[in-house]
Design a protein around this ligand. Structure first.
Ligand SMILES: *Cc1c(COP(=O)(O)O)cnc(C)c1O
Length: 220
C-alpha cells in the first residue's frame, strides 16, 4: 500500500470534525512529500531538531505540530514556524514559549498534556494543575500563547477497556475545563492502534504515524 492510499483511506474514514495529524517522525523527506502531494498538509514530529531540518527542506505551507516531550531550551529553535505544540506540561514551559513567540510576533497554539495513563513513564498533569495553568496564564496575560485544548497518551497495552477508560478520562477532563474556558476546542488523542476508539470517546484530533507511513525502524 502506498502512503497516499493509506492516507486517503484513513482520511475518508474520519468524521468531518476530526483533524488528522500525520506523524512523520523518523520518516524521510520523500515520504512526507508523498503525503503532501496527496493533499495532506499537517505533520507531527516529536524531536525539535528533526522537525527544524524537515521544515527547511519542505514546502512552507505545511503545518508543523510538535507532539513530543519538549524541553524549554529547545523552544527557540521552532517558534518561528511551529503551529501547534501538543505536549505543554508545565507553566515554565508555557512562559518560555510565550517569551520566544513574542520575539517573532507570533501567537502559538498549545495543548495541555494531561496524564491519563496509569503507567508512570508518561508525562502530563492533573486536571487541577491544568486548571491552575489556565487561570495563571490569563492573569499573567501571556499574549503570545493560546491554549486551545488538551492532549493525552493512553497506556501502551492491549487492554482495550483500560485504553477506553483513559480516553474517557481525558474527555471528561476537557469537559470540566471547557465549562470554565469555552474557547477550548481540541482533544488530541488516538494513534494508529486506537484512533477509532479515541474518536468514539470524543477525540477531535488524531495523531497517526505507522498506519500512514509504515512501521518505524525503531520506537521513539
Ligand atoms: C509516535 C507518536 C504517535 C503516532 O504513533 P503511531 O502508533 O505510529 O500512529 C502519536 N502520538 C505521539 C505523541 C507519538 O510520539
Amino acid at each position: 500500500m502506498s502512503i497516499a492510499t493509506n492516507l486517503n483511506s484513513i482520511q475518508s474514514s474520519l468524521p468531518d470534525n476530526v483533524h488528522l495529524v500525520a506523524v512523520s517522525k523518523t520518516k524521510p523527506i520523500e515520504s512526507i512529500l508523498e503525503a503532501y502531494h496527496a493533499g495532506h498538509h499537517i505533520f507531527g514530529e516529536n524531536k525539535v531538531q528533526e522537525m527544524v531540518d524537515k521544515y527547511h527542506k519542505l514546502p512552507k505551507d505545511i503545518e508543523w505540530h510538535m507532539i513530543g516531550h519538549l524541553q524549554r531550551n529547545k523552544v527557540k529553535y521552532m517558534v518561528e514556524f511551529v503551529s501547534l505544540i501538543h505536549g505543554v506540561d508545565n507553566y515554565k514551559l508555557l512562559m518560555e514559549i510565550n517569551k520566544q513567540a513574542q520575539k517573532h510576533r507570533r501567537v502559538i497554539n498549545c495543548l495541555l498534556q494531561i496524564k491519563i495513563a496509569k503507567e508512570d513513564s508518561k508525562f502530563g498533569m492533573t486536571v487541577h494543575e491544568a486548571s491552575e495553568i489556565l487561570k495563571k496564564y490569563k492573569i499573567d496575560d501571556l499574549h503570545n500563547v493560546n491554549i486551545t485544548g488538551v492532549m493525552g497518551m493512553a497506556t501502551f497495552t492491549d487492554d482495550e477497556k483500560q485504553i477506553q477508560e483513559e480516553f474517557e478520562y481525558l474527555k471528561s477532563t476537557f469537559d470540566v475545563l471547557n465549562t470554565r474556558y469555552p474557547e477550548l476546542e481540541i482533544i488530541s488523542m488516538g494513534m494508529s492502534g486506537d484512533y477509532q476508539l479515541a474518536i468514539d470517546c470524543g477525540s477531535n484530533m488524531v495523531r497517526i504515524g505507522s498506519s500512514i507511513f509504515g512501521a518505524r525502524n525503531y520506537t521513539v
